[in-house]
Write a protein that binds this ligand. Structure first.
Ligand SMILES: Cc1cc2nc3c(=O)[nH]c(=O)nc-3n(C[C@H](O)[C@H](O)[C@H](O)COP(=O)(O)O)c2cc1C
Length: 181
């Protein structure tokens, strides 16, 4: 059930040094490619970084600098062609979530490392990505060295879920939310 992967997916920021097999990387990219894109543009491409020197270069230009950019065995960089989509952020976000979920299904950890436009520009420069492409994040992935607690029904919030119109609470059976405990 996909909800299991969704519950197990937590941001992981400490990784073991072991490399991830290419077969698993391929499956993770497959999951990303099968995410929806606006008008089915399918314009997202990926760079898989394993080289320490490239990771180090990227670490230096990210803000804030976070160690996991250097220590993750791989970084996946999704980027998309702005000549083929006007909804790059949406497309890239959905692909990213599929990456997180497939990584979680493999027992791997991952995290969204944000790249604001000035940082994205520098990342593109380091990776030789042509001007017409845009990116919003980089995704370090590896075997977790820390194990954040999976989400459970305990974390579920029934506040903020309305029915028909704003202000009428959607009633949830067996509500185990934090508030009702
Ligand atoms: C748009 C976005 C930007 C994020 N940027 C970063 C980041 O730059 N560095 C980082 O360590 N985590 C980043 N995160 C991860 C969030 O901090 C994390 O998802 C949130 O704290 C919830 O924790 P969880 O992912 O374990 O559920 C980002 C997440 C999103 C959705």
């Amino acid at each position: 059930m996909v909800l299991n992967e969704i519950k197990n997916r937590r941001s992981v920021r400490k990784f073991k040094p072991e490399m991830i097999p290419d077969e698993k990387i391929t499956e993770i990219i497959k999951a990303a490619q099968f995410a929806p894109t606006a008008m089915n543009n399918q314009a997202i491409e990926y760079i898989i970084i394993k080289e320490q020197t490239i990771k180090d270069q990227i670490f230096e230009i990210t803000e804030p600098k976070q160690e996991f950019v250097k220590t993750a065995p791989i970084i996946i960089v999704p980027f998309t062609n702005t000549e083929k989509t006007n909804l790059a952020t949406q497309d890239l976000s959905l692909a990213s979530e599929n990456i997180f979920l497939q990584a979680a299904a493999f027992g791997l950890g991952s995290v969204w490392k944000n790249c604001y436009p000035p940082v994205a520009k520098k990342v593109k420069f380091i990776l030789n990505i042509p001007e017409k492409y845009t990116l919003i994040n980089i995704i370090p992935i590896g075997i977790p060295e820390e194990n954040p607690k999976p989400y459970g029904d305990f974390n579920f919030k029934s506040e903020g879920i309305h029915t028909e119109k704003y202000g009428t609470k959607f009633k949830i059976k067996n509500d185990l939310t934090r508030k009702n405990k």
